[in-house]
Design a protein around this ligand. Structure first.
Ligand code: PLP
Length: 232
């Protein structure tokens, strides 16, 4: 946070000296070169600003007329469903516009618990935890479950969030070839020395559209006494 002539590390409330201009200039130079490289490689992605509700037909800033939208995860159209909007308005009245706190501190309300109970019932599970995004769920799961005594076996084309989540945990890491059950079996044999073994896979691989062979994966994991994690 910039405050007057000092930088404040807001987490600790410790005032730090402003970085020397030359360091900032150096950082700017590095970032500009990096961005130029991204542009030259044809990988630059500019932000599209949606001027309407999310849905199959949207209005985007700078584009005249409506356009068809194929790139949101709004499969059931719930983000613009009148009943969902109405429920959101009621919740705003009753519970306010957010908690200004993470759940770990004091950010859980009865609406969260009710929704989690309903989701768990729907999926016939003991309980459920809501996360703001699937990326967050995947970033948190592996570290919470696995220790250096354990192993995680991951399809090489798993979603980036699974790869990041696995990086954050201290378990032993094995990567098997994409959908390659012979390779998974070889890695499971290698990983037998660890306490727990968890096989992690996308259900539907979002970049290629492949579907994980769950029956074969479950067959192998029951043979080798391993757990399965599926990102659905
Ligand atoms: C398999 C998979 N996992 C995780 C994610 C990340 O989901 P989110 O956008 O909710 O963070 C996606 C996104 O499409 C996905 O396809």
């Amino acid at each position: 946070m910039w405050a007057g002539n000092v930088w404040r590390a807001s987490l600790f409330g410790v005032p730090c000296r402003r970085p020397a201009q030359s360091a900032l200039a150096q950082l700017r130079g590095i970032l500009e070169a990096e961005m130029e490289g991204i542009r030259e490689a044809g990988n630059w992605k500019s932000e599209r600003v949606i001027m309407s509700r999310q849905g199959p037909h949207i209005h985007v800033g700078g584009v005249s007329g409506g356009i068809l939208n194929f790139c949101a995860n709004n499969y059931l159209g719930l983000s613009s469903h009148p009943e969902v909007i109405q429920a959101g308005l009621q919740a705003l009245e009753e519970f306010g516009a957010g908690l200004s706190s993470v759940r770990f501190i004091c950010g859980t309300q009865s609406v969260h618990k009710n929704l989690e109970a309903k989701i768990a019932r729907f999926h016939q599970r003991e309980d459920a935890i809501l996360c703001p995004s699937c990326f967050d769920a995947n970033a948190g799961l592996f570290e919470a479950l696995l220790t250096p005594e354990d192993a995680v076996l991951s399809d090489e084309l798993n979603h980036a969030s699974i790869i990041d989540g696995i990086r954050l945990c201290k378990a032993n890491k094995y990567r098997y070839g994409h959908l390659d059950m012979a390779d998974l079996e070889a890695k499971l044999q290698e990983a037998q020395k660890h306490r727990l073994r968890l096989v992690a896979t996308d259900g539907a691989f979002s970049m290629d559209g492949d579907i994980a062979p769950l029956q074969e994966i479950c067959h192998l994991t029951s043979r080798y006494g391993a757990l399965v994690f599926v990102d659905e």
